[in-house]
Design a protein. Sequence first.
Length: 236
Amino acid sequence: MTVLGVVVALEIEARGLVKKSVIQGGATCLPEGILLEISGNGAEHGRLAAETLIKDGATSLLTWGSAGGLHPILLPGSLIIPEKVLLPNKIGFAVDVAWHRRLFTYLSEHFKLHTGPLFQSPTILTSPLEKGKLFRQHGAIAVDTESAAVADVARQAQVPFVAIRAVSDPADMIMPASALAATDEHGRLRLLRLLKSLARHPEEFSLLFRLGRNFYAAMNTLASVRRITGKKLMAP
């Protein structure tokens, strides 16, 4: 039996897959028998979640959620199904070819797809300068913080892997410091932190508004992917 394990960094990113609240610290079984694990940001969290899913019986792995855009053509909500994921040391992990081909064939009827490399960064990129440098050095079109770690777990376990990502902050966007200060590693909003940070940096209101609008576009894309694909999404 095929069992898909899905690694999602943030609980809010999982809402395109499941309507009920999901918390970190244990796999959630979706109606199709899919196992969902909220990992938190970062490679080590992603690796731990993937290893847990494999131990729980997953026979394939998928990373799902938002990504930062590196290629200038990517707009908020752009859909990415990369052919490979990269690390800073130039090590790369190819996704499962057959699974990727089926996803591309189906999703290309509904979306403009981007299949260029996805880069795993050790930190969240906060400026267009950082994004531009990474784009030029590695040729990656988008960035996240956990997909390569999950791909490595899949390689070691000899199970298929793919990634599905939607752009939430494009290449030209500055990440507001108040957004980073106000969230913990699991993406949970700490309101008091936000208010304190905005009191120090009131000029970031407009950036926060833009980030929220862009993140909403990314989540809408992912919800549409889930809605129109159904079990086809889950067929490695």
